[in-house]
Ligand binder design. Structure first.
Ligand SMILES: NC(=O)C1=CN([C@@H]2O[C@H](COP(=O)(O)OP(=O)(O)OC[C@H]3O[C@@H](n4cnc5c(N)ncnc54)[C@H](OP(=O)(O)O)[C@@H]3O)[C@@H](O)[C@H]2O)C=CC1
Ligand SMILES: O=C(O)C1=N[C@H](C(=O)O)C[C@H](O)C1
Length: 269
């Protein structure tokens, strides 16, 4: 019998943390080795599966060093500041990381790249198979609709989301720009208000909707003269992100240090 993947979950009482704990407990090849939350979290001291009405034997704690000593992988869906702290600890302990957190700035992305020289890391703003297949469809559409089509990306998420545009929307913009031989930072338009003037040719526009319990919707519009193409992905459950994260863990188990994404995990590159 092979040793199960020993996985620590950061942000254990968050929306994704709970989904991940349920997924790990339900996977025959995985064990929950630790569950982390912030030092001031009311969840500290509780069993990590209490929210399921179950007992896992793992208590939610705030001591990252102790958590990582028992773990081979850390799955992190928290906030950029938290992820960066966990990242340095993972390097110290030689623990592989799956990072789902979004909203990193350039310096934080560079820190993740540097850490990936020492440990294997999967970093992706969206772990679902469907979204990553959608990204491939966007590559094709962006190449074929290079001339004469205006591109707009609209995303909608629940009222608790703190970053905008979503990491997925930004990734869609990057994929589209790259497929057209451009850089997103040279053509992105994130805000329109007041007298905006006409739409600049070649812009990639973003619009954000926040409200209710929307899990995550993304639509990319290619708006031409006489027609428009819309490519939409809608998430109806966070379980897809959790299952994608476990696929990333299994992938990392076979890899040396390096920075990977879900295209690598799913063989879509
Ligand atoms: N890649 C993907 O497929 C997906 C990515 N995401 C991303 O994952 C992240 C988390 O989303 P979600 O679960 O909805 O968020 P939640 O706010 O529900 O959960 C975040 C968790 O992280 C904890 N946390 C916050 N700040 C820190 C910190 N500085 N150090 C350690 N822990 C911290 C929170 O603790 P506390 O409550 O005490 O603040 C909470 O337990 C977001 O960036 C989101 O965009 C979400 C879904 C899918
Ligand atoms: O915060 C969320 O909920 C989500 N965040 C990710 C993002 O920013 O793209 C992925 C998904 O859309 C859900």
């Amino acid at each position: 019998m092979t040793t199960p993947y020993a996985i620590a979950i950061a942000g254990a009482s968050g929306r994704m943390g709970r989904m991940l704990i349920e997924a790990v407990l339900g996977a025959e090849d995985c064990t929950l080795s630790a569950a982390l939350d912030r030092p001031d979290s009311p969840a500290l001291g509780q069993d990590a599966a209490a929210f399921l009405g179950r007992t896992s034997g793992v208590t939610i704690g705030a001591d990252v060093e102790t958590a990582l000593r028992a773990s081979r992988f850390l799955i992190d869906f928290t906030r950029p500041q938290g992820t960066l702290v966990h990242l340095q600890a993972c390097v110290r302990h030689g623990v592989a990381m799956v990072i789902g957190t979004t909203g990193f700035d350039d310096a934080q992305k560079a820190a993740i790249e540097a850490a990936a020289q020492h440990i294997p890391i999967v970093l992706a703003p969206n772990m679902s198979v469907g979204v990553n297949v959608t990204l491939k469809l966007l590559e094709l559409a962006a190449q074929a609709l290079r001339d004469g089509y205006d591109i707009e990306i609209v995303e909608a998420h629940h009222r608790h989301k703190v970053d905008a545009p979503s990491g997925t929307a930004l990734k869609m913009g990057e994929v589209i720009a790259a497929a057209q031989g451009r850089r997103l930072q040279d053509c992105a338009v994130y805000e329109r208000v007041g007298h905006t003037g006409e739409r600049p040719a070649g812009a990639i526009g973003f619009a954000t909707v926040r409200g209710g319990d929307v899990v995550g919707d993304h639509t990319v519009m290619f708006l031409g003269s006489g027609e428009r193409i819309e490519i939409t992905h809608k998430s109806s459950s966070r379980a897809t992100y959790a299952q994608g994260s476990l696929r990333a863990v299994r992938f990392l188990a076979t890899r040396r240090a390096g920075l990977y994404d879900m295209f690598d995990v799913l063989g879509l590159r």
